[in-house]
Design a protein around this ligand. Structure first.
Ligand code: DGL
Length: 271
């Protein structure tokens, strides 16, 4: 039965676990299969053609796991590969950019929105274009913050170096009088406290993972794909490499214990 299939979620690495956390808290009965391309992370510094190629391989892996929908829990892939993914696979594909943009528009009162993300997300102006499509009067200011990814993976949640780097990255956004800031990278919610302190308490932070988890619910309703099960869903985790400190960092991102992780061969992705 279609409804009883799992939801597939992929990311370039472990950042997408912040999205899994939100999906499983909104939809606790749904089974989830996660794939993190930890051998080839980061995607945020790669060319568009490579990001598209890798994203299609990641999604194909999930399709082979018989998923009923795919969540692209990576802002970089969502920025660059979403249309290719929607054309290539016959299941609902939910990205991060549309839901994150809508949530930002809802939150902003002064029409001045900041977006932080990887270089690829920012260079592709994914959020600016999407937000302006919804409302062309909005001013969007984007800033790439590549060092936030290793800081989050290092677990330096409130480290002095994180404050210093956040100060350096965010000072130009502070001058733009934004009232809303989109965390346009799935790693950034881990650093939300520091980002909030540095950008100022009055700025609304938008976690695109929360917005995207809500969009998953909408899509399941729309296609009548909600599970009928009454028990808690299972979660299966696959990665293309198990890096040093993986379990510790994954648990920080997921907010709970990661019981079992399977490593798959990259060759399996490229078949
Ligand atoms: N997960 C990626 C994103 O949300 C960040 C890490 C990467 O560069 O691959 O954009």
């Amino acid at each position: 039965m279609e409804k009883e299939k799992p939801i597939g979620v992929f990311d370039s690495g472990i950042g997408g676990l912040t999205v899994v956390k939100r999906i499983s808290s909104n939809l606790p009965k749904e089974d989830i299969v996660y794939f993190g391309d930890t051998a080839r992370v980061p995607y945020g510094s790669k060319s568009n053609s490579t990001v598209i190629e890798y994203s299609i391989q990641d999604a194909k892996f999930l399709i082979n796991k018989n998923v009923k929908a795919i969540v692209v829990a990576c802002n970089t892939s969502s920025s660059i590969a979403l249309n290719n993914l929607r054309k290539s696979f016959n299941v609902p594909v939910i990205g991060m950019i549309e839901p994150g943009s809508q949530a930002a528009l809802k939150a902003s009162k002064n029409g001045r929105i900041g977006v932080i993300g990887t270089r690829a997300t920012v260079n592709n102006k994914a959020y600016s274009n999407q937000i302006k499509k919804f409302n062309s009067d909005i001013q969007v200011f984007e800033k790439a913050c590549p060092l936030f990814v290793p800081l989050a993976e290092e677990g330096w949640i409130k480290h002095k170096a994180t404050y210093d780097i956040a100060e350096e990255y965010l000072k130009e956004l502070r001058d733009k009088e934004i009232d809303t800031l989109v965390l346009g990278c799935t790693h950034y919610p881990i650093l939300a406290e520091v980002i909030q302190e540095v950008i100022g308490e009055k700025v609304n932070l938008i976690d695109s993972g929360i917005a995207s988890a809500e969009a998953v619910q909408v899509e399941l309703d729309r296609y009548d794909l909600n599970t009928n099960k009454n028990s808690l869903g299972n979660q299966e985790y696959f990665v293309s490499d198990i890096p040093v400190k993986f379990k510790e960092v994954a648990e920080l991102f997921l907010g709970k214990e990661v019981s079992e992780v399977s490593k798959i061969d990259l060759e399996l992705l490229t078949l």
